[in-house]
Ligand binder design. Structure first.
Ligand SMILES: *[C@@H]1O[C@H](CO)[C@@H](O)[C@H](O)[C@H]1NC(C)=O
Ligand SMILES: *[C@@H]1O[C@H](CO)[C@@H](O)[C@H](O)[C@H]1NC(C)=O
Ligand SMILES: *[C@@H]1O[C@H](CO)[C@@H](O)[C@H](O)[C@H]1NC(C)=O
Ligand SMILES: *[C@@H]1O[C@H](CO)[C@@H](O)[C@H](O)[C@H]1NC(C)=O
Ligand SMILES: *[C@@H]1O[C@H](CO)[C@@H](O)[C@H](O)[C@H]1NC(C)=O
Ligand SMILES: *[C@@H]1O[C@H](CO)[C@@H](O)[C@H](O)[C@H]1NC(C)=O
Ligand SMILES: *[C@@H]1O[C@H](CO)[C@@H](O)[C@H](O)[C@H]1NC(C)=O
Ligand SMILES: *[C@@H]1O[C@H](CO)[C@@H](O)[C@H](O)[C@H]1NC(C)=O
Ligand SMILES: *[C@@H]1O[C@H](CO)[C@@H](O)[C@H](O)[C@H]1NC(C)=O
Ligand SMILES: *[C@@H]1O[C@H](CO)[C@@H](O)[C@H](O)[C@H]1NC(C)=O
Ligand SMILES: *[C@@H]1O[C@H](CO)[C@@H](O)[C@H](O)[C@H]1NC(C)=O
Length: 471
């Protein structure tokens, strides 16, 4: 969300200080896989996009540290006319042949999904070092890789390494079309995945992208036009009904004492008035969000990521890793520019921010054939628990009344010896297909703050439809 804007402003244009001594300069072009797919040359395509770490035992002078796990990366051309190319990095599980595939999208808008990989749930993380621009990485223990295969896509174009020879794709229809075309080609490239369960998910502004993409897949499945094995969706701290979520923004701030009762009331009223004008078609979406942003983002907050710990996503570290020569060569991105958070794109997205995906989410819930996980960190101040609750109660689906009347259950980890209950991981309710989870001790980047809890949550959700229930 808008904190990405602030952070983006802070981004200094920097040149990575790393150098793979002895490595050749990067001369390769970005690897476009669509021509291979169109020629039916799948073996060559898979071989071409296999990630080959240029830092290996043949050049031992370099401290390679962690090896990159088996993975595949490259670009799929999702709209030829527009020259739209989406970048992906796919990690197959090494421990389970039929591990479900989790597609992961970051939000922003304009946030690279590689931020979610390196700062959240992926098998690699920035190497602990005082140099934030070292561009070095190490293995993340306990990542989501293993019980799952992971697919990260930089979406939409101009996010991360994804690019276009024309303009940005800023409407639900536009980014939905690009993502859907991506999936169709991806399954041509890896056809064995058609028999593996797929879960589409991600965080924050991906609360727009995920229901849009899943809904397109759902519509095609209903028309027998695709075999994409969609089994569920998962959304972390998602923005999907801004018209009810923004006015609710002040609840958390009031509860932790950032604002007074007077401020809560007046700021809420002010925001609601802007929203009402928007809903009555008296104010356009761009003017509305421009009025709302300064009201809801308060400078006194230590961090929008995790209010309690004050932790911030270090976008500089992510950028340094993704732009390092080693990673560039391994991922076949040539000399393309990379942004961990694209501020220009964010501004172009102002017209989409007020748009809602709650009807699409409602449709997916009504269909009753998909598991749906909506989780929040209890210290998330950017898309707080209260905001998500308001959005869920505004989402039209057959189980809405049941959800409104539901109670929460405590969710405990496995007890260790001598413990009666395990650690309190969080709280949940399971209503029809909807699994609602609040993770204790986490902010907006739930996996970064509570990796083990987030992984356990995903495992239980995929196995049982929700956490805390019988295995
Ligand atoms: C497949 O791609 C490889 C590598 O680009 C090429 O050598 C080969 O001729 C292609 N085969 C076909 C049938 O297109
Ligand atoms: C080691 O890296 C070099 C490039 O730095 C590459 O040509 C070679 O194939 C790699 N070897 C292995 C075993 O991956
Ligand atoms: C490419 O985008 C244009 C403009 O949105 C659209 O009309 C066209 O159908 C798209 N092509 C494909 C193959 O999706
Ligand atoms: C990471 O580095 C900082 C100082 O650079 C140090 O205080 C901290 O203990 C290190 N953490 C780990 C897990 O090694
Ligand atoms: C290191 O990161 C901090 C903020 O996290 C930033 O202010 C600083 O400019 C960065 N240093 C370099 C050399 O990029
Ligand atoms: C990785 O995590 C597991 C489970 O949390 C733990 O048992 C193991 O010791 C960890 N390994 C390393 C190298 O930290
Ligand atoms: C799709 O296929 C199923 C079984 O193959 C069939 O029962 C159903 O009528 C088809 N739906 C459409 C819209 O063609
Ligand atoms: C950011 O997005 C703009 C278009 O919105 C694009 O021109 C620019 O190249 C992007 N920046 C990067 C680093 O990709
Ligand atoms: C879902 O079903 C309910 C009735 O059970 C209906 O009111 C609602 O409009 C449906 N939602 C959508 C998005 O079609
Ligand atoms: C929800 O609770 C209200 C008030 O107790 C009750 O009137 C209503 O019937 C309940 N709805 C459902 C679906 O249980
Ligand atoms: C242990 O869990 C049970 C069942 O959720 C709960 O009723 C009980 O209060 C818990 N005890 C403690 C000490 O947390």
């Amino acid at each position: 969300m808008a904190n990405s804007r602030r952070l983006a402003v802070l981004l200094v244009t920097m040149v990575t200080l790393t150098c793979l001594c002895g490595a050749l300069p990067i001369t390769e072009e970005p690897l476009l896989l669509t021509p291979y797919i169109e020629a039916g040359n799948l073996t060559a395509a898979v071989k071409a996009c296999k990630v080959v770490d240029p830092c290996n035992d043949s050049n031992p002078e370099e401290d390679c540290g962690t090896k990159i796990p088996e993975s595949y990366a490259g670009f799929l051309t999702v709209n030829k006319t527009l020259g739209n190319n989406l970048f992906f990095w796919y990690f197959p599980s090494q421990v389970k042949d039929n591990a479900p595939l989790l597609l992961y999208l970051n939000g922003g808008p304009g946030y690279s999904s590689m931020v979610g990989l390196l700062w959240g749930n992926g098998p690699l993380q920035p190497r602990n070092s005082s140099h934030n621009v070292s561009g070095k990485f190490e293995a993340r223990n306990g990542s989501w890789l293993g019980p799952f295969s992971l697919l990260y896509i930089d979406n939409p174009v101009f996010t991360g390494y994804s690019y276009s020879s024309s303009g940005p794709r800023t409407t639900q229809e536009e980014y939905g079309d690009d993502l859907y075309e991506f999936l169709q080609q991806f399954y041509k490239l890896f056809p064995h995945l058609l028999s593996i369960d797929l879960y589409i998910g991600g965080a924050s502004y991906a609360g727009k992208y995920i229901p849009v993409l899943a809904h397109k897949v759902h519509s095609s499945l209903q028309k027998n036009q695709t075999d994409i094995p969609l089994r569920g969706i998962y959304l972390g701290g998602p923005l999907f009904a801004p018209e009810v979520m923004f006015p609710e923004n002040f609840e958390y701030l009031y509860n932790v004492g950032v604002i007074s009762g007077y401020e809560r009331t007046t700021l809420q009223k002010k925001t609601q008035a802007f929203v009402n004008e928007y809903l009555a078609d008296k104010m356009g979406p761009v003017d509305t969000i421009k009025k709302i942003i300064p009201v809801i983002f308060k400078s006194k907050i230590p961090s929008y990521n995790n209010y309690v710990t004050g932790t911030k996503t270090d976008l500089n570290k992510i950028k340094a890793i993704m732009k390092s020569k080693r990673i560039r060569r391994a991922l076949h991105v040539g000399n393309l520019d990379y942004s961990s958070s694209n501020d220009t794109l964010f501004k172009q997205f102002l017209s989409d921010i007020m748009s809602s995906t709650k009807d699409k989410l409602g449709d997916l819930l009504n269909a009753s054939s998909y598991k749906v996980l909506i989780f929040s960190g209890d210290s998330d101040v950017v898309v707080s628990v209260a905001m998500v609750e308001a959005a869920l109660l505004a989402t039209p689906w057959s189980g809405r009344d049941d959800y409104r009347n539901s109670s929460r259950t405590m969710w405990y980890g496995q007890p260790t010896s001598g413990e009666k209950n395990g650690t309190l991981y969080g709280y949940y309710s399971h209503t029809g297909k909807l699994c609602r989870v609040v993770v204790r001790g986490a902010g907006h980047s739930t996996a970064h703050d509570q990796l083990a809890r987030s992984r356990e949550m995903m495992v239980q959700f995929v196995q049982n439809g929700c956490v805390g229930e019988k295995r």
